[in-house]
Design a protein around this ligand. Structure first.
Ligand code: 6PG
Length: 238
């Protein structure tokens, strides 16, 4: 397995390291393809990274922002991942609106919204229906139940292998989420995991044998790089 695990002293160091990795992958992508495609994660851990990026002089017109998952609420709702990242980053920078690619949660049927976003991705990346696009970087968090994106334990979304986007299910509430194969197609996947409450799930996710239905983060095994950034609190039992 190509997994790299880095344990950082605390959240501040974890964010600093995630920013270094992001900036280096950004530079490489722009040199190679003149654009950088990144999928953002929700949750509290990456928020300071987004805030820090907002003050960097980056080539914003060459950066395209996507989300790995979204709660099925309006974009103005406090639970919206889009809202969090707009407030922390996207509303603070000079970026063409066409470079921001949120998941549309205004359609009544989440499945329809998933299919629409899938088509948007296929058009943007210029891939056929049977192909998976390759993101330069996908940022992920992990819940204390081992879920990542909106791939929750024992849900149907875990086994979707022929779609880019599907409907996740958090305690009966629909979510939109990247599928496992889409995430695994990425050039680089970075998990940001901090805090004591992640210890036991991390142990299960990193165990040599285990059940991915119970700990969906086990399913994330990208073709490209896989980097787990942990703080000492989270990594204490590994
Ligand atoms: C959710 C959560 C979740 C989150 C992880 C990590 O939508 O259920 O937001 O997906 O990303 O639980 O969250 P923290 O970074 O806040 O630990």
């Amino acid at each position: 397995m190509n997994r790299i695990v880095e344990v950082l002293a605390d959240k501040t160091d974890l964010i600093k390291r995630s920013q270094e990795i992001l900036l280096s992958r950004l530079q490489a992508a722009i040199e190679a393809r003149n654009q950088f495609t990144i999928a953002l994660a929700g949750g509290s851990t990456p928020k300071p990274l987004y805030e820090s990026l907002a003050s960097q002089p980056l080539p914003w017109s060459k950066i395209h922002f996507f989300w790995g998952d979204e709660r099925y609420v309006p974009a103005s709702h406090n639970d919206s991942n889009q809202l969090m990242t707009r407030q922390a980053l996207l509303d603070r920078i000079d970026i063409p609106q066409g470079n921001i690619h949120p998941m549309d949660t205004t359609v009544a049927d989440p499945l329809e919204a998933a299919q629409k976003h899938e088509q948007d991705l296929q058009e943007f990346f210029g891939v056929k229906q049977t192909e998976m696009p390759k993101f330069d970087l996908i940022l992920l968090g992990m819940g204390d139940d081992g879920h990542t994106a909106s791939l929750f334990p024992k849900t149907e979304a875990l086994s979707v292998s022929d779609r880019l986007i599907t409907v996740g299910n958090k305690d009966g509430q629909p979510r939109l989420t990247f599928t496992v194969p889409l995430i695994n197609q990425a050039r680089c996947v970075v998990f940001l995991v901090a805090g004591e409450n992640k210890r036991s799930a991390l142990k299960e996710v990193f165990a040599s044998q285990g059940d991915a239905q119970n700990y969906p983060s086990r399913l994330i095994q990208p073709q490209g790089e896989l980097i787990w950034l942990l703080d000492r609190q989270a990594a204490a039992e590994l």
